[in-house]
Ligand binder design. Structure first.
Ligand SMILES: Cc1ncc(COP(=O)(O)O)c(C=O)c1O
Length: 381
């Protein structure tokens, strides 16, 4: 029996090795990794080798924020440049980035602006993380929110922009697409209208790009695809290709709200993680500039649409969801037996986050595997 607390239903698979876009199990099965914890290892499992080598060669892996580290400064400069902001705060996960975004927004509005409004509006059904502030901001029933009541006050949820009472709204926080266990893009005007209304009313516009950022959707952040610049963004997942990093970015004006002692993270910004962030930026930049992720995504979506038991194939870049005519969990089991790691938390829908470095040849191979599973193993009703 495991000594781990029972927070997840693990698959019965032990990974002993990982190379490029493949996982290798203890029974020597080689699997394409289309899950990678929902896009965390976006550049494949070998991308950080030079970072680990630098540590072996003597680079310090942990320097506290109170001491200078050139890697922390370098990562901050590069990140602000590609994301289009002035300042960044580093932490260790997506949910901590959301906590930091909430705190920065609240202090900016209260202390710097002297604004009395206190309500943060978030989307109905949204997921922003599992710590207490992020959980209060979330509204996804499947995360068992009710078990942890009472929740922090100061949050309301909305679907239509008309539901927002701007007299009490200090900030709106959204994901730039619905991405919980699925992928659904918003109507093109939705984010635009939110940006317009938050500008008009002086409320802050916060966007959670934790899953959608770092090239996953073809851009540094998905809001770039809509031509929108939020006041604060939260990033995580793909930012350090599997090392624990989260961050928020904002303007000089809003970032004044964090002064010494107002917020901090012991591990936030340690050199090993910052080296990884720099490496990711170096490797993702050409993929974004060349539109390679968009092209691969479109090709993958088109090929998936030709598979009979796959319906409503959707996504942007390499964030892809598909409804199945067959049981999704059964399909994933068959896929894994055929060397493709996909996980689903739903009976109907699979979500895939292939490595951004996947090639057309890999996609063709995957499509052949999916056809094969359909023909040989699963009965379509
Ligand atoms: C949109 C979104 N926000 C926040 C989080 C929380 O990130 P983490 O699990 O790194 O705390 C996730 C994680 O899946 C996410 O998808």
């Amino acid at each position: 029996m495991s000594n781990l607390m029972d927070t997840i239903e693990p698959l019965d698979i032990n990974i002993v090795c990982a190379e490029d876009i493949f996982l290798i199990t203890d029974d020597q099965t080689i699997m394409y990794d289309l899950f990678n914890d929902v896009g965390v290892v976006g550049l494949g499992h070998s991308a950080l080798k030079s970072v680990f080598q630098a540590l072996v060669d003597g680079e310090p892996y942990s320097i506290p924020a109170i001491l200078g580290s050139e890697w922390r400064e370098k990562a901050a400069t590069q990140l602000c440049q590609v994301m289009g902001y002035d300042k960044v705060f580093f932490c260790n996960s997506g949910t901590e980035a959301i906590e930091a975004a909430i705190k920065l927004a609240r202090r900016y509005m209260k202390v710097i602006k002297g604004d009395k409004r206190k309500t943060i509006y978030t989307l109905k059904g949204v997921f922003h993380g599992r710590t207490y502030g992020a959980l209060a901001a979330s509204d996804a029933a499947s995360y068992h929110k009710e078990d942890f009541e009472p929740h922090l006050p100061g949050f309301k949820h909305f679907t239509d922009i008309g539901e927002i009472d701007w007299d009490e709204c200090m900030a709106v926080m959204v994901t730039p697409a619905f991405v919980n266990k699925d992928v659904n893009l918003f109507d093109a005007n939705f984010l635009d209208e939110l940006r317009r209304m938050t500008n008009y009313t002086g409320a802050l516009f916060i966007v959670d790009e934790i899953q959608t950022g770092f090239g996953r959707c073809g851009e540094w952040k998905l809001t770039d695809a809509y031509g929108i610049q939020p006041d604060i963004i939260a990033v995580g997942k793909g930012i350090a290709n599997g090392l624990p990093v989260g961050a928020i970015l904002s303007t000089n004006e809003i970032s004044q709200a964090f002064t010494p002692g107002r917020h901090f993270s012991t591990y936030g910004g340690i050199p090993i993680c910052m080296m990884a962030v720099c490496k990711v930026i170096e490797l993702v930049e050409p993929l974004i500039d060349s539109l390679a992720i968009y092209d691969l995504g479109e090709y993958f979506l088109r090929e998936l649409s030709d598979i009979k038991f796959m319906k409503h194939v959707r996504g942007i870049g390499l964030l892809i969801a598909v409804d199945l005519d067959v049981n999704a969990k059964e399909f994933c089991i068959e896929a894994r037996k055929h060397g493709v790691m996909i996980a689903t938390f739903d009976d109907k829908c699979i979500k895939m986050t292939p490595p951004l470095t996947i090639g057309i040849g890999d996609i063709d191979r995957l499509i052949r595997v999916f056809h094969h599973i359909y023909q040989e193993h699963i009965e379509v009703p």
